[in-house]
Ligand binder design. Structure first.
Ligand code: FAD
Length: 501
């Protein structure tokens, strides 16, 4: 069993995807292969992408990063979930929090007991049974306590908000310290092997040629190698995820530092608000078929917490995924692999999971087709399940006040999503599909938050005496409330642990 080994890796692109990949590979490979990253300052990076989901902690831990140092250096803050305002109906809001909700009772999930009592007006809102969402309402934050495993304080699950440019800089320093060689220049041509089309080198505008065995395309939306050279193809999801433009603008901070991202539905899309220590990031993600750029800019600027700190930055995209994520000796990571819009902060996570897949399927220099096919099948599954979760937010709405929302509410949706919605509407049942990204409690919070109400609940709930369910729910809610009161505010926590100087 002898195989020639990959000793030369070229990463094209130095945005979040390029530097996350370079940093992780430099740690994992530890000098086994030479890693070169080429990027062009003239082209620049997308430079947005400031909200994350809890899995990013695993990435940072794999790199042995000190969390407080990481937060300080990226001027970050903590995120317990996302508040959705005006999505199901105007004037209503809900929080999709990370982590657990309630405590399961026997073999039946907590939410079925809650559904039974809520339908009779005998249970409080769902958000009061989760430490994450209850803490969001009070602007409180702390890390999970590990010494009291039965306390809700042990269940706190969090992610980060950070400055995307500072994160890329932070990772660049990390990767360069571990031997990654950065080359400045614009790739103008990819040289391919005659017999099979594998890429052998990329040529730069200054005449330099970078040879490699494995090429990682982190060149952003343009997909320089995966699309422009190899023509892997793109599956367009605009008919399900119709937003195709965004305007991003930072503003001065105002009010308390919230431990959550806010997403407010607007006339033709939605606006994000991401609180950092030194400023607040904002953006309007919209459908250009339903609103002009000028109107979108006016809406965004009229809805900031504080003074705008720059002109709105325009971004264009087509929602969808690459038909092949790995083709020949090129693997697409980041925006070159697809983009499903930032509603649930999944893009940076998809970079991370692509890196994990790359290390799991790390090739030998012969490139086995079965590795490539399996890698692509896993990536397809991950993209498709996240796609369904995002479409749910747009489709499960009562809003009929604008052409955009009418289109979203009445559009045809993927069968896989329709089946999930039908199942929940009928019996409140939710099943996680294999190891898909979003767990049952995420689907529950969004389906309920958007206004979906099941006709029934799990029949086995009735095995448990109703007289005992009320006190059971009250106890969970009371303990969570007491725990939240014992937590510091988000600002106090940051001041004590990781404030910028
Ligand atoms: C509006 C919007 C909001 C977002 N918000 C979030 C969020 O909240 N959370 C989240 O997880 N994600 C978010 N994302 C996604 C996130 O921004 C990206 O996943 C992330 O920035 C990775 O981008 P990238 O590195 O793939 O591409 P880019 O940042 O575009 O980097 C591409 C790199 O390739 C280089 N390059 C390109 N062509 C060449 C060439 N010819 N020669 C040399 N170099 C070249 C460029 O110089 C650059 O270094 C958002 C995206 C958008 C559009």
């Amino acid at each position: 069993m002898t195989h020639s080994q990959i000793r030369d890796i070229v990463i094209v692109g130095g945005g979040t995807a390029g530097w996350m990949t370079a940093a992780a590979l430099s740690k994992v490979l530890g000098g086994y292969a030479k890693i070169t990253l080429v990027e062009s300052e003239e082209i620049g990076i997308v430079g947005v992408g400031e909200a994350t989901i809890p899995m990013i902690k695993l990435y940072n831990q794999a790199l042995d990063l000190d969390e407080d140092d990481f937060i300080r250096q990226t001027r970050g803050s903590f995120k317990l979930g996302i508040e959705f305002v005006d999505w199901g109906r105007k004037g209503e809001s809900y929080i999709h929090g990370f982590g657990k909700i309630g405590r399961d009772l026997g073999i039946v999930s907590f939410h079925h007991y809650w559904l039974k009592m809520f339908a009779q007006g005998k249970a409080a809102p769902l958000e009061q049974y989760s430490i994450n969402t209850a803490a969001c309402h009070d602007n409180r934050f702390m890390r999970a306590t590990l010494d009291r495993p039965n306390s809700p304080l042990a269940d706190i699950a969090y992610a980060y908000h950070f400055d995307a440019a500072l994160y890329a800089r932070f990772l660049r320093q990390y990767a360069e310290r571990r031997g990654v060689v950065r080359v400045e220049g614009r790739v103008v041509h990819a040289q391919q092997r005659g017999e099979d089309g594998f890429i052998t080198a990329v040529q730069l505008d200054n005449g330099q040629s970078l040879e490699g065995q494995l090429f990682i395309d982190c060149s952003g939306f343009r997909g320089l190698l995966i699309e422009q050279t190899l023509k892997a193809g793109y599956e367009d999801w605009t008919h399900w995820l119709p937003c195709d433009r965004a305007l991003a603008v930072p503003c001065a901070s105002a009010g308390p530092l919230t431990p959550y991202t806010r997403s407010t539905a607007r006339e033709a899309g939605w606006q994000w608000r991401i609180p950092l220590q030194h400023r607040t990031g904002n953006g309007y993600v919209y459908s250009s078929a339903h609103i002009s750029d000028d109107e979108a800019a006016a809406t965004l600027l009229a809805n900031l917490d504080g003074e705008a700190l720059a002109d709105p930055k325009p971004l264009r995209f087509v929602t969808g995924k690459r038909r092949k994520f790995w083709d020949k000796n090129v693997i697409a990571i980041g925006l070159s692999s697809g983009f499903m819009e930032p509603l649930e902060s999944t893009s940076i996570h998809l970079i991370q999971s692509s890196i994990a897949r790359l290390t799991a399927f790390f090739p030998h220099a012969g490139f086995d087709p079965v590795d490539i096919a399996t890698f692509n099948a896993h990536a397809d599954f991950e993209f498709d399940r996240i796609r369904d979760f995002l479409i749910l937010h747009y489709h499960a709405t009562d809003r009929d006040d604008t052409p955009f929302w009418n289109q979203c509410r009445t559009m045809a949706i993927p069968d896989s999503l329709q089946q999930r919605m039908d199942l929940f509407r009928s019996s409140g049942r939710i099943f996680r599909d294999a190891n898909e990204m979003f767990a049952e409690v995420s689907w529950l919070q969004v389906m309920h938050g958007q206004g979906m109400r099941p006709a029934s609940y799990h029949p086995l709930v009735d095995v448990y005496p109703e007289a005992k369910i009320g006190p059971y729910l009250d106890n969970i809610r009371g303990v969570i409330h007491a725990c939240v009161q014992s937590m510091p505010t988000h600002e106090q926590f940051i001041a004590a642990n990781c404030a910028i100087g």
